[in-house]
Design a protein around this ligand. Structure first.
Ligand code: PBG
Length: 323
């Protein structure tokens, strides 16, 4: 086939508008720390955001997903819902510089709590006697998540993305937003999140590794797929506007199933830090052609059913697609 014919008949066309680019933001001035396990990705200070946002928008990328590194961590994660918190300031900076760039925020506790877990933990004393000490407490966590989402909306976020997989989180956030006249702010739920080894580099990037234990109490077993549909159905019933599957590449079958089961909702996929690190490492060793491998991977994720792709490759891929 000629290239003109191939182009005409191509079923899946990747475009920069499919992408959301994750950003790691920290306090301070003029900071650009490269994340060692994610070459080409940085922690940026607030003052660097306007320029970065302009570059992202110029490439035609739809939005950014923000992760914040707070000044201080404590058992509840107080900076998470503070008006001058790192994310609240970041949202204002970006929306002021480039109003049309979509700002999506991660709504979770893990970067803000000193223990690094996604929820409040059962205390040693006077806690829930039926659960072990240190076990995530689902319902008290929902109150915090609702406050965080509301504070992001008040700072100007376009979409909130709860990622902690607590039961009832979409419902709690929806009621908090609606109660404060933010009916129009959509919820992108990380409905299907696996307890995956591929989050390793992110935990360095966001400084959010659990200090002890793991996330298997609330994240899904990689061996299960029917459960993914149950999780997605619950979030849809609670009012989720978009469903995200995470990670992406090892779970293309799950993306496909969720997309087929809920065709009325946009399906998103998170091409996570470990997936990025793998391709980068191989490319740096000369073992893979980076451009071809990245575009093939992103095309596969879209072909599986994800119309929205959160990816650290967004800037590179957008440049390659423009040529
Ligand atoms: C939790 C969160 C994580 C990621 C996104 N949101 C870490 C986790 O679940 O342990 C991982 C993303 C990546 O690996 O790129 N707030």
């Amino acid at each position: 086939m000629t290239s003109g014919l191939r182009n005409m008949l191509q079923e899946t066309k990747l475009t920069p508008a499919d992408f959301i680019y994750p950003l790691f933001v920290r306090h301070g001035n003029n900071i650009q720390f490269e994340i060692s396990s994610m070459p080409g990705q940085y922690q940026l200070s607030l003052d660097r955001l306007p320029q970065q946002a302009e570059e992202i928008a110029q490439l035609g990328i739809s939005g950014v997903l923000l992760f914040g590194i707070p000044n201080q961590k404590d058992p509840t994660g107080l900076e998470n819902f503070h008006d001058e918190g790192i994310i609240q300031q970041a949202i204002r900076q970006i929306k002021q510089a480039v109003p049309e760039l979509l700002v999506v925020t991660d709504v979770c506790l893990c970067e803000y709590t000193e223990h690094g877990h996604c929820g409040l933990l059962n205390p040693e004393k006077d806690g829930n006697p039926y659960l072990p000490a240190g076990y995530p407490l689902n319902d008290p966590t929902l109150t915090i998540l609702a406050k965080v989402a509301l504070s992001h909306a008040q700072s100007g976020a376009d979409i909130v993305a709860p990622s902690g997989m607590m039961d009832g989180m979409v419902n709690a956030i929806r009621s908090a937003l609606d109660g404060a006249r933010f009916e129009h702010i959509p919820i992108l739920s990380y409905a299907v999140k696996y307890a995956s080894s591929f989050y390793g580099p992110f935990r360095e990037a966001a400084e959010g590794a659990p200090k002890f234990g793991d996330r298997k109490t609330h994240q899904m077993d990689p061996a299960n797929s029917h459960e993914a549909l149950r999780e997605a159905a619950i979030d849809v019933a609670e009012g989720a506007d978009m469903l995200m599957i995470k990670p992406a590449l090892p779970y293309l079958d799950i993306i496909h199933r969720v997309h087929e089961a809920f065709p009325e909702l946009p399906t998103a996929a998170y091409n996570v830090s470990g997936e990025y690190a793998m391709l980068k490492a191989a490319a740096r060793n000369g073992w893979l052609d980076e451009r071809r491998a990245v575009l093939e991977t992103l095309t596969a994720i879209k072909r599986a059913g994800a119309g929205v792709i959160v990816t650290y490759h967004a800037l590179d891929a957008a440049r390659w697609l423009a040529r």
